[in-house]
Design a protein around this ligand. Structure first.
Ligand SMILES: [Zn+2]
Length: 438
């Protein structure tokens, strides 16, 4: 038997739950060599522990923990991309597989393996009256400020997984890291309350469009060729206009600064009950182009007690005949909506799209796929297809059969509509035949 097959089983969700709130400690304990620098200053960019210092410009590029690193353990490198949680980051820097990573984190946060749980149950049944035998050689007890040493049992099954003694911080250092972690958690709770306040305020300040569309937004939608079927597009108060929305950025020290104020399209990202979970902003110029800022399209933060999973910009409102379209971007979703009049929701990003939850009564979902050089759009639709078909929902994939333009990273259905007009979209009759044909 190989070492890997002897590795004990852990309940991943239990470990994840226990690890939430402690990821800086976990990194300090398991990967101090790799993450030491980032742990000391979690708000700044650092040399990426995964790909090293090989960046062209020599500055600005690099690795940064997510703002909620204490809870998620996630981070992002400008070169390597995002790592949604601490397990993924540890796998990457340590070269461990998921089970090994899980075992090490479980050890640290004090989650027992399934075998240990079973044995504990057995022994408590067989020796209910006897006090637990004292074993002086036992090292599984918690020591030095909650730091659980890797037990000899795990060392047996995974002898060379990692050498803790070599890079582990001192107990004093560990105490400092715990304090820093508490500070970050406090800031995070504050940031979440602020995010909620901002979402409510910006939506309140924004103008509903039922009495006409203000100039900059009208021009923008015109440029995107999605102005027809306005009554369908405006169904359900999902799009509003903000006259002068501040654009924030961070300076090199991580301090938030206002870059300027711009007209903006505000889109509500709602759950299936219609609650606004967060907002998506598109910063514009008065002439309806995208504003000249680093990131003219931005989603606002999601408050801690909410999730965007299963949420969307519900363009066209709720379907009445069991057929709905779905796409990543707002403009991409608005394109088939304009052409066919079928409600088509925008999930904003590929990761939210994968988890798209159609409303009740939907039997057919049409996926308007982005074509990316990275294949991200295609992979997201494949994942969505699997998810939907498991629920017995039919999925119709609409890939773009055109080349990605030279110099571009991707092409989407709105690019097709803008460039080729309605003729570039699948013919209405053909689409209906596919929908009805099954
Ligand atoms: Zn990197």
């Amino acid at each position: 038997m190989s070492a890997a097959t002897k590795l004990p089983y852990y309940d991943a969700s239990k470990v994840r739950e226990k690890a939430s709130g402690r990821w800086l400690e976990i990194f300090a304990y398991l990967a101090y060599e790799e993450f030491g620098e980032a742990i000391q200053k979690p708000k700044k960019h650092h040399t990426c522990p995964i790909h090293g210092t090989r960046n062209k410009s020599g500055k600005g590029d690099g690795f940064k923990f997510f703002k909620d690193v204490v809870d998620s353990g996630g981070g992002v490198c400008n070169t390597c991309g995002p790592f949604p949680d601490g397990f993924r980051l540890l796998q990457e820097v340590k070269g461990w597989d998921f089970r090994t990573t899980l075992a090490h984190v479980a050890e640290f946060v004090g989650v027992k393996s399934e075998q240990e749980e079973r044995e504990a149950k057995k022994s408590s049944r067989s020796s209910t009256s006897k006090p637990a035998p004292t074993q002086p050689q036992s090292t599984t007890a918690s020591q030095s400020g909650g730091v659980v040493p890797i037990s000899p049992q795990v060392n047996q099954v995974e002898p060379s997984a990692h050498d803790v003694s070599k890079f582990a911080p001192t107990p004093e250092r560990m105490e400092e890291i715990k304090k820093l972690q508490e500070q970050i958690a406090k800031r995070q709770a504050q940031a979440s309350a602020e995010a909620q306040e901002q979402i409510d305020r910006i939506w309140r300040e924004s103008i509903p469009l039922n009495n006409g569309i203000p100039g900059p937004l009208y021009k923008y939608l015109q440029k995107r060729a999605v102005l027809l079927r306005l009554e369908v597009l405006l169904e359900g108060d999902n799009i509003r206009f903000h006259r002068e929305l501040p654009y924030y950025d961070e300076d090199d020290d991580g301090k938030v600064i206002v870059v300027g104020k711009f007209p903006a399209m505000i889109a509500a990202i709602r759950d299936l009950k219609g609650n606004i979970i967060t907002l998506h902003r598109t910063y514009l110029t008065p002439r309806g182009a995208k504003a000249n800022v680093e990131c003219p399209r931005k989603m606002m933060a999601v408050p801690d007690d909410k999730t965007v999973t299963g949420c969307a910009i519900q363009l066209g409102g709720f379907p009445t005949d069991g057929v709905i379209g779905v796409a990543e971007g707002y403009e991409t979703a608005a394109s088939p909506l304009r052409v066919y009049g079928i409600p088509t929701w925008s999930c904003v990003s590929a990761s939210i799209l994968e988890q798209f939850e159609p409303p009740k009564g939907v039997h057919t979902v049409i996926g308007w796929e982005d074509k990316d050089r990275s294949l991200r759009g295609e992979l997201a639709m494949q994942a969505l297809k699997v998810n939907l078909e498991e629920k017995g929902i039919r999925f119709i994939r609409m890939p773009i059969r055109r080349k990605i333009p030279t110099g571009a990273k991707s092409i989407d259905w709105n690019d097709v509509l803008v460039k080729e007009g309605i003729i570039g979209m699948p013919a209405y009759n053909q689409l209906m035949k596919v929908i009805q044909g099954g």
